[in-house]
Design a protein around this ligand. Sequence first.
Ligand code: ZN
Length: 429
Amino acid sequence: MPSAVNPRNGVTKFTNCRILRGNALVIGDLWVSSVTGKIIRSQEAFYDEFIVPDEIVDLGGRILSPGLIECQLNGAFGFNFSTLMDDMSQYEQELKTLNQKLVETGVTSYVPTVTSQVPKLYHKVLPFLRPSGHRRAAEDGAESLGAHVEGPFLSPGRNGVHNANTLRQAQTFEDIEECYGAANVNPPNNGQPQPVRMITAAPEQGNMTKLIPEITSRGIIFSIGHSEATYEEASAAVGAGATMITHLFNAMNPLHHRNPGIFGVLGIAESLPRPYFGVIADGIHLHPTTVKIAFNAHPDGFILVTDAMHMVGLPDGSYQWTNGDETNRLVKKGTRLLLEGSNTLAGATITLIECVSNFLNWSGASIPEALRAVTATPAAMLGLEGVKGTLDGGADADLVVLSDEDEGSGVKLVVDEVWKFGDRVFKRS
Ligand code: ZN
């Protein structure tokens, strides 16, 4: 029986909620522990042992989803990950502040993205972007799952806003080590992962396709992007171990009926596994119908990303941006972000939950299908099935409470609460 005075046990019970389970929202309860930071595996054991939760959270029928996972974020709230500072302790401080603000948007873990840069910058900043969840501290905010280096091994014809002076080619893995720093792309001996989790590169440049097995053998995901690869070249990259495509359709050759290009690998029905792919659903990078076609081509590989720049969360205006050896200005107007004096898109300024709402309204997909694109699917892409992106017992207790508000023009998902490792870190006022 429960004792008269229950010692606090760090257990929270969520009740009266619609829980995201696979492709359904299931009415039920969920128990989490802030001591282990995990979702409790067997609720029955708790009933048998008469454990009383510290707190019961009645969600009044709202949605309980795993925390959102962002796979392409260049910065936010005024801080860009591709920034070299004279005093790198300032970088660490800015990163800390970003993580605490980012978590309030519902993003509980993410892959900080560094664009094409000179080696010196990679060597300095990547150690700060290594996976950060080992402390399992809710107050740290959003957790890095490791860095995404987007470039500089890109096609000069598809560099977008990446500084052309920084682009290079790799002939051997030593070229990759020299660029990013050997310690950043090789697992250390202490069992911890290395800072880099994902590389976006053009497989047709230099000797890159042959280097893909070297990259993936180190636990690094190879993503095809900023590339002029033909269908055959993209297929060869997938055959060599590429499991991801960076912002599908953007910075690559468009689908041609006689050469389907990179998009074509989503149609592969032979022995190759189809890769995952990121899609920017900001209403600017892609037409809504294009997003819908991409989803229907391979729903299990569909991942929503923001590709947001550091102006996300800031007011409209003109902002300085150091890009490799150049300093440019970017103009933010609403969710549109352009290189000053041009029509070149320079990333996005949208939050991940806004992308989910956009996708919901454009595609006719269900809420579980839309949420899967920012939870279970990115977790699977990153090799974190059962750890992140799920509400199954034993997974990390990273949660978001969502309201689905019908605005007449469509459904809008709103982040009401965020929980990290079993502790509440945000509540909407
Ligand atoms: Zn890009």
